[in-house]
Design a protein around this ligand. Structure first.
Ligand code: DAH
Length: 340
């Protein structure tokens, strides 16, 4: 019977330590100490079979065991009480307390700018296509009517790769790639990164973003180009902005024109932002040169088209009053969060 008492005590010790709720503890207590059918009572019922001379000694030990079991339950009760108290305290929070707002990410201002441009083109049925940043001399220059040894290649300050290719200096090479892939008519927007060996300053970056617009069909004229670009500039800068086409020269367009927008800072009267001219240069444009159409396998006797290329950083700077192109890549939250 001593063994039975010891086993019961050991069991109580083990189970009391595992009990998780006051309800479970109560069930365990009844199971062990219950007056009718409790496990301790069952052991005690065997008292009659113990030899007379040992009975007193056994009764004493049984009472000691019972006292230790009760102490064990009291201890478990305290433990559960503490846990319960802690739980109820932690649930009691002040709903009127200001919360801690989670920090949300947002699109980079260059991405937002490009999204606005893309929405404009998409509405007009243009497809958006992307080209490789590692480009061949053929597509970057040759197909764009810039032959080897032409000084325009120097003007582009190209990064040449040891492997033989180059980092594209503009998004224009996609004109020919796209025309090779799709038969006319074609209307595409080509956003992407371009690279030039420019020294980094407030206006120049060696990696920057451009987008190219291209539309080729029968009967496309310079008027279509003017209408499209003017409309885009009004959408990007507001209805008050005027657009100006200044005669220029690009190898891949004929005629060629530089696109200027009236300065949003001084509205054309001349200020520091526009260098006193009242106009901001946005990019190049023109009617696609017959040589370029031919390179792509389009018949220049049947098809004509316009193309233009604008800088995304430039647009973002003018629209948001950003005066240093380096801010776009410095990842300073104080700058980026202004556009969140
Ligand atoms: N590719 C020229 C550059 O990066 C910009 C340009 C000029 C693009 C005239 C055109 C264009 O599509 O027609 O400087």
């Amino acid at each position: 019977m001593d063994d039975q008492l010891a086993a019961l005590e050991a069991e109580v010790e083990r189970r009391a330590a595992q009990v998780k709720t006051p309800g479970d503890l109560e069930t365990l207590r009844t199971d062990i100490l219950g007056r009718k059918g409790g496990r301790l009572s069952q052991v005690m019922a065997g008292l009659g079979k113990v030899p007379k001379e040992e009975r007193a000694e056994f009764g004493r030990r049984a009472n000691e065991t019972k006292a230790r079991i009760e102490a064990r339950f009291a201890q478990a009760e305290l433990r559960l009480g503490d846990a319960e108290l802690e739980r109820s305290l932690s649930q009691r929070f002040d709903l009127t307390f200001p919360g801690i707002p989670p920090r949300r990410g947002s699109l980079h201002i260059l991405r937002q700018t490009l999204d606005d441009v893309a929405a404009f083109f998409r509405k007009r049925g243009f497809a958006i296509v992307f080209g490789p940043e590692v480009e061949s001399e053929y597509y970057n220059f040759e197909a764009m009517n810039i032959p080897a040894d032409h000084p325009a290649r120097d003007a582009m300050d190209t990064f040449y790769l040891a492997s033989g290719g180059l980092l594209r200096t503009h998004t224009s090479p996609m004109q020919v790639r796209a025309m090779e892939e799709y038969p006319p008519p074609i209307a595409i927007l080509v956003p992407g990164r371009a690279y030039r060996r420019d020294a980094l300053d407030a206006r120049h970056a060696f990696a920057f973003h451009q987008f190219e617009g291209l539309q080729i069909d029968r009967g496309i004229t310079f008027g279509h180009l003017k209408g499209f670009v003017s409309d885009l500039c009004r959408t990007l800068y507001g209805n008050e902005r005027r657009t100006r086409f200044r005669p220029s020269y690009f190898q891949f367009t004929e005629p060629s024109a530089e696109v200027d927008v009236s300065c949003p800072v001084c509205d054309g009267s001349g200020c520091r932002t526009c260098g006193g001219s009242g106009w901001l240069e946005m990019g190049g444009s023109g009617m696609v040169h017959p040589h370029v159409l031919k390179s792509a396998g389009y018949d220049p006797e049947i098809y004509t088209g316009w193309a233009f290329g604008l800088g995304i950083e430039r647009i973002a700077m003018v629209r948001n009053g950003v005066d240093d192109i380096r801010l776009f890549t410095e990842n300073d939250p104080a700058f980026l969060e202004q556009f969140a």
